[in-house]
Design a protein around this ligand. Structure first.
Ligand SMILES: *Cc1c(COP(=O)(O)O)cnc(C)c1O
Length: 390
């Protein structure tokens, strides 16, 4: 196991070290195996890769730029700070990379319907977008509580032609929406693909979703080397399920760069969770004394997933990456800091990564730090106005 390459392929059983696997009901095993075969086949096919690259370029707007933040770097005391601008992609975040890949794969598999889960609604909107583009039917499961909290995103999904179905069981939030989406997939697997939103779930999802986001790391590495003549000393990304972090980390896994995944203090699966099995994978989870999955709680709905992708659990266990957490108060400060110094309003999720950089500035002076700016803050300004006052 120790000779597994860092951020390479998982074992045939979908293991990253001790984590991952395919813990699904028997009825879903053939579907996961079919997806594994289909993805391997597509990923090895130059025609598929070219079609996806064309969509990423002409539709999503890739490559996303790398921005050097002179003013913020100075304010932090002399940090060479670089932002990978996933906020400038179509639909406003890195999520489009993954959904275009999966929607195209579904088409190749002859499936004309997508199901997806969503928490804050961002993955639901991205999936509905890809489905509209490729002419696929789309059903998005969303917890009842989240539907009420995120009615604008519910409206967006409907505008894009998707059906939004409430998940009414349990805490009526993201983890319940994942369960509903899996239940739907079991019953409809003939014509339906489950478009999972992060590097989590059963094999092959954690690996496949990371590969669809690898473009982020490949671009960022080339851009850093062109700008600095070197890889950055530190690469930082926020971690919900862990997809933008996995994408950018994958570009630097074999380099000397330190990898830092930042979790919200109220949803620290690696920092505060224990190993367990949920949603088809073995990973770190927040759970109570009876092993029941606990609700994650932070200022950023997009990071409120109680688990974390299994590859991150492995990167943490092996020491290749570290996973500190930041508080809501630190995130609120960082959100304002980037807005004020660089004219970029970040989403609250990547504001977690910036909050860590800001807190650790003393140890980062004189070093180069690459931050994954995973999304833009338009969706969060109303919430921040409530927090900060008009
Ligand atoms: C959904 C989302 C995240 C969290 O997802 P990961 O899989 O951890 O990347 C982070 N940032 C933004 C902008 C998001 O929309």
């Amino acid at each position: 196991m120790s000779d597994q390459p860092v951020m390479g392929e998982p074992t045939p059983g979908g293991r990253f070290g001790d984590f991952g696997g395919m813990f699904v009901p028997e009825t879903l095993v053939p579907a996961c195996l079919e997806l594994d075969r289909a993805f391997r086949d597509a990923w090895a096919d130059g025609g598929f890769r070219a079609e996806l690259d064309a969509l990423l370029g002409d539709y999503a707007g890739r490559p996303s730029p790398l921005t050097r933040c002179q003013r913020l770097g100075d304010e932090l005391g002399g940090v060479t700070l670089l932002l990978k601008r996933e906020d400038l992609n179509h639909t406003g975040s890195h999520k489009i990379n993954n959904v275009l890949g999966q929607a195209l794969l579904a088409k190749r598999m002859g499936k004309d319907r997508l199901v997806a889960e969503t928490g804050a609604g961002q993955h639901g909107v991205a999936t509905a977008t890809a489905a509209a583009l490729l002419g696929q039917r789309c059903t998005v499961y969303m917890g009842e509580v989240d539907m009420a909290r995120q009615e604008l995103n519910v409206f967006r999904m409907r505008l894009l032609g998707a059906e939004v179905k409430p998940a009414a069981s349990g805490s009526r939030t993201l983890k319940d929406a994942v369960n509903e989406a899996m239940r739907d997939w079991v019953a409809t697997v003939e014509d339906t693909h489950y478009c999972l939103g992060s590097v989590m779930g059963p094999h092959p999802y954690p690996w496949m979703v990371r590969e669809f986001h690898r473009v982020l790391g490949i671009e960022a590495r080339e851009q850093c080397v062109a700008l600095l003549g070197d890889v950055p000393d530190v690469v930082v990304a926020c971690v919900g399920g862990g997809s933008n972090a996995a994408g950018i980390f994958s570009g630097f896994a074999d380099d000397r760069s330190e990898l830092v995944g930042v979790e919200p203090a109220g949803g620290a699966a690696i920092g505060g969770g224990i190993p367990g099995i949920v949603h088809g994978m073995q990973s770190f989870l927040k759970q109570d004394e009876f092993g029941q999955v606990e609700e994650a709680q932070s200022i950023s709905a997009g990071l409120d997933y109680p688990g974390v992708g299994p590859e991150h659990a492995h990167l943490a266990a092996s020491g290749r990456a570290i996973y500190p957490s930041v508080t809501d108060a630190e995130v609120i400060d960082a959100f304002q800091l980037l807005s004020r110094t660089e004219g970029i309003i970040p989403a609250l999720e990547p504001a977690h990564a910036l909050a860590w950089v800001s807190r650790e500035r003393a140890s980062l002076v004189g070093r180069s730090v690459l931050v994954s700016l995973s999304g833009r803050g338009d969706k969060d300004v109303a919430q921040m106005m409530e927090v900060l006052g008009p």
